[in-house]
Design a protein. Structure first.
Length: 148
C-alpha cells in the first residue's frame, strides 16, 4: 500500500547530503493510504522523515483517484515543498476522464515522461537560478492513432 511504498522509497536509497543535492521522489499512486490500518511507518511519519532529510515528494495521481487520495497527495506535496500533479485519461490520453471537476483550461497536458523532466528542470532551475526552457516537443509516433 501507499504507506509501505513511500516508507521504502525514503529508506532504501542511499540519499546524499541535502545541502549539495536535489532530492526528489515521484510517488505515482491511484489510492490514498489505508487510514486506520496498522503499518510500521504511517504516511505522516514518512512526511516528517522527508522534511527532515530535505526530500521533495511529487505525488502523481493516476487513474480515477478519489477526493481522499487527492487530499493526501496535496498534503504530501505541500508539506515537502513540491507540486501535486495528475494523469488524465481521456481519448488517447488527451483529456481528463469522465469524472472530474477540473476545467480543461486549468492544467497543461503532456506525457508523463515529459512532465517528470519538466518538474526536475524547474527544480534544478530554482536551485541554480538558471532560466527554465520550455519542455521538448514530443516527436514520438502516435502508437494509438484511433484510440484503440
Amino acid at each position: 500500500a501507499l504507506d509501505e511504498g513511500l516508507a521504502e522509497a525514503l529508506r532504501a536509497p542511499s540519499w546524499r547530503d541535502p545541502a549539495g543535492t536535489l532530492q526528489l521522489v515521484f510517488l505515482v499512486a491511484d489510492a490514498p493510504p489505508q487510514i486506520g490500518r496498522q503499518v510500521a511507518t504511517p504516511y505522516p511519519q514518512s512526511i516528517a522523515n522527508a522534511i527532515e532529510r530535505g526530500l521533495k515528494i511529487f505525488p502523481v495521481a493516476s487513474s480515477e483517484s478519489d477526493d481522499q487520495a487527492e487530499a493526501v497527495f496535496r498534503q504530501l506535496a505541500q508539506a515537502t515543498g513540491s507540486r501535486f500533479v495528475f494523469l488524465s485519461y481521456g481519448a488517447a490520453g488527451a483529456a481528463t476522464g469522465a469524472s472530474t471537476d477540473i476545467g480543461p483550461t486549468d492544467y497543461e497536458e503532456m506525457a508523463l515522461d515529459q512532465l517528470v523532466v519538466r518538474l526536475i528542470t524547474e527544480e534544478l532551475a530554482a536551485l541554480t537560478g538558471a532560466a527554465v526552457d520550455s519542455p521538448p516537443t514530443d516527436t514520438t509516433a502516435d502508437t494509438n492513432p484511433d484510440g484503440q
